[in-house]
Design a protein around this ligand. Structure first.
Ligand code: DP6
Length: 315
């Protein structure tokens, strides 16, 4: 039996994707920029089978999203039989890292090889985008930009800067009893905020500044921009027609502590995705001292350290 196995890493956006210009095609309202992480990844195997089926972390799981994605491939390319998708997420569930990014990137890579499609990363990124927007960026190592585009052909991610600039992320694993607002719905609600347009406009300028900061390996500037962009994203959630908030008390405590660390002269900034967890942006030279401080101040919270990771790998 022909089985293909692929690994893709998660990514954290420094300039966020948070809104859809076209829901069916997953075309975003903003271009976004991310760093792929070395520590967290998904491994996915695919093989033809009687029907579409998903085994996730060793257990049969709801295959609806995978099945819809495979049907999209069937419509776009030649029809093909059912597919058994066996996937393992090496992402701590409490870390609030989008496993959909690494999952759909890995599934895209695996399906392209199974179907013997030309492995063109631009086309693969367009396809991964249809599974989950952030997945379009997870095919690439280090820094990737997803240019929002205006239609299916023009909306894809590409490698922006394929070098390690010694950026570190401390990932705080805050667990939350709060019912989670899925990102797909959350971002569409956020788009109803009266301030949403201005966040989108600001984001375009921040993207260009972020690109310059990465090229200069200016982590302080990267951190400042990423923090402002992320806090702005979360502000839209609070100001929209049906307000919601991913932050918990722990989220706010960690943000405040990070800002104190920065005031005391340490490189430390936050970014936060669709959950309560905080990622602290710093550099490799500062990560140890920062980690000690966070562990001492928040003994009940687990902190991981991640660095820039590589792109899609066939195993
Ligand atoms: C906050 O890619 O999970 O992580 O396209 O609806 O699947 P869908 O959304 P998803 O959204 C990720 C949002 C984010 C920011 C980002 O990764 O850019």
């Amino acid at each position: 039996m022909n089985e293909i196995t692929v690994r893709a890493h998660t990514n954290i956006a420094l300039i966020k994707y948070w809104g859809k210009a076209n829901v069916a095609l997953n075309i975003p309202t903003t271009s976004s920029l991310s760093m792929t992480l070395d520590r967290f990844y998904t491994t996915t195997s695919v093989a033809f089978a009687a029907q579409d089926q998903l085994v996730l972390n060793g257990q049969t799981a709801d295959a609806t999203r995978v099945h819809n994605f495979l049907d999209m491939l069937r419509a776009k390319y030649d029809d093909f039989p059912g597919v058994l998708v066996t996937s393992k997420n090496h992402v701590p569930t409490a870390a609030g890292l989008a496993s959909s990014a690494s999952s759909f990137a890995a599934l895209t890579g695996a399906m392209f090889r199974l179907l013997e499609l030309p492995e063109d990363l631009t086309e693969m990124s367009r396809i991964a985008r249809r599974g989950s927007g952030s997945a379009s960026r997870s095919l690439f190592g280090n820094f990737a930009v997803w240019n929002k585009g205006e239609d299916d052909a023009s909306s894809y991610a590409e490698s922006f800067y394929d070098e390690d600039i010694h950026l570190s992320m401390l990932v705080a694993e805050i667990s939350s009893a709060q019912k989670k607002m899925p990102s797909t719905r959350g971002m569409q609600l956020a788009q109803t905020a009266p301030t949403y347009r201005s966040w989108v406009e600001k984001s375009a300028g921040q993207l260009e500044e972020m690109k310059a900061a990465i090229r200069q390996a200016d982590i302080e500037k990267i951190g400042r921009l990423a923090e402002d962009n992320a806090l702005g994203m979360h502000e839209q959630n609070r100001l929209c027609a049906e307000p919601f908030d991913y932050f918990t008390e722990d989220t706010r405590r960690i943000i405040a502590f990070t800002q104190e660390c920065y005031k005391s002269g340490l490189l430390a900034f936050v970014t936060i995705d669709a959950g309560p967890n905080v990622k602290i942006i710093t550099d490799k030279a500062t990560e140890k001292i920062l980690l000690e401080k966070f562990r001492a101040n928040f003994p009940e919270i687990t902190f991981d350290v991640a660095h820039a990771g590589g792109g899609l790998e066939y195993l």
